[in-house]
Design a protein around this ligand. Structure first.
Ligand code: IMP
Ligand code: MG
Length: 369
């Protein structure tokens, strides 16, 4: 993922794929032109990288020149195209091949045709590395197209967003979901996860998705997914990850405008963590951090026993059960700690102290994401 000015972009087309497409165009054009020496005309600025790579791959003699037009401001095509540098050589009787980085609305191409109207060239061929068929609204024939792409704004390989990104060897696509803060919240029983989740939700305007709550909601309301989950539970079987993911997906989709999510109680396994990554990826988003409250076992046991005296929760009353639950937690989460640490997304936060002290520690981590 990269950020240019205020916008986030995700990897879209690799340097290698571009290289292959450029090579194919060069071969196709060379095959069609036979022994004729063409004049390749690049359109500045965007096509500088393409032209450079293209002519190196072109297997026969050729000439190269550039014209400069400007049609784009920010991320929207404008009608107003200016010719900044025109043709500087006589092209009478020559085969001219326009090398465009990208054809979007076709406005630039229209201007190119206007420029060549009176040049008496033998033929004018159009070659473009990228082409957005959904955006194109002209009738000019495109003789060579490297790659058709969806109607989304891209940067890299000569293409810019407000001046930035031209230098990137790969192509990136504008993310439809801009930056979100998505957290996976962890903590052993008694660590104060619920309290801190409530605080984070308020402070960062996040949606708290507690898997337990989501399950109870779906089962209580007898949704299709709830009934499906229940059918496994009734047989004493584990609910398949996909069912849980589908439920989480629904929750995420209910809140498309959210600043982000706090996932609580999920993932529990490596496979689930991967599935969650895929889910977020499909939303053009990502998990930014696993935040784990770290509290010493003895402190936890003491806290839970105290809680048991007032709450009456049976599982908080028995020290042996408590210790077992804590052990279970570490057995299960150790793998996830590794999973997120590998992506440099694991943040352990000291969970001993006053509620305020802990919230300050959590905020320090989140503010840096
Ligand atoms: P058109 O005139 O709408 O076909 O757009 C052509 C010009 O707009 C290109 O030469 C680029 O300079 C710019 N452009 C179109 N689409 C993109 C994009 O996705 N990223 C960056 N520039 C673009
Ligand atoms: Mg261009």
């Amino acid at each position: 993922m990269i950020k240019l000015h205020d916008l986030h972009f995700k990897p879209f087309i690799s340097e290698k794929e571009i290289d292959t497409a450029v090579q194919k165009m060069a071969d196709a054009i060379a095959a069609d032109l036979g022994d004729e020496v063409p004049v390749f005309v690049g359109i500045f600025n965007g096509s500088f990288m393409l032209v450079s790579d293209f002519v190196k791959k072109y297997p026969k003699p050729c000439e190269v020149t550039f014209i400069k037009l400007a049609s784009y401001e920010g991320v929207k095509s404008t009608e107003d195209i200016q010719r900044l540098i025109g043709l500087t050589q006589d092209l009478t009787g020559r085969t001219v091949v326009i090398l465009e980085d990208i054809i979007d609305s076709g406005n630039t191409l229209e201007e190119v045709h206007r420029i060549f109207e009176n040049e008496n060239v033998k033929q004018l061929l159009i070659a473009t590395l990228f082409y957005k068929p959904e955006a194109y609204n002209k009738d000019f024939k495109l003789h060579y197209v490297g790659m058709e792409i969806p109607n989304k704004f891209i940067v890299g390989y000569g293409l810019d967003y407000d001046g930035l990104g031209r230098d990137l060897p790969d192509v990136y696509q504008l993310k439809t979901t801009q930056h979100m803060t998505n957290l996976v919240l962890f903590g052993p029983p008694g660590a104060g996860k619920g309290t801190q989740a409530n605080f984070l939700k308020e402070k960062y305007d996040l949606i708290h998705i507690s898997t337990g709550d989501v399950f109870r909601f779906n089962i209580k309301n007898e949704t299709a997914l709830g009934m499906l989950a229940k059918s496994y539970m009734d047989k004493g079987e584990l609910v398949p990850d996909q069912v849980t993911i589908d439920m989480l997906n629904k929750e995420v989709e209910k809140n498309t405008g959210a600043n982000g999510f706090i996932f609580d109680g999920f993932p529990r396994t490596n496979a689930q963590a991967k599935a969650l990554d895929e889910l977020m990826d499909s939303k053009d988003s990502q998990i930014n951090a696993m935040v784990a409250l770290e509290v010493d076992d003895e402190v936890l046991v003491k806290r839970l026993l105290e809680r048991g005296q007032t709450s009456g929760r049976a599982d908080d009353a028995d020290e042996r059960i408590i210790r077992n639950r804590i052990k279970e937690y570490y057995n299960k989460t150790a793998i996830l700690k590794d999973y997120y640490a590998e992506q440099e997304k694991y943040f352990g936060v000291d969970g001993v102290g006053s509620i305020e002290e802990i919230t300050v520690r959590l905020s320090k981590v989140i503010d840096k994401l």
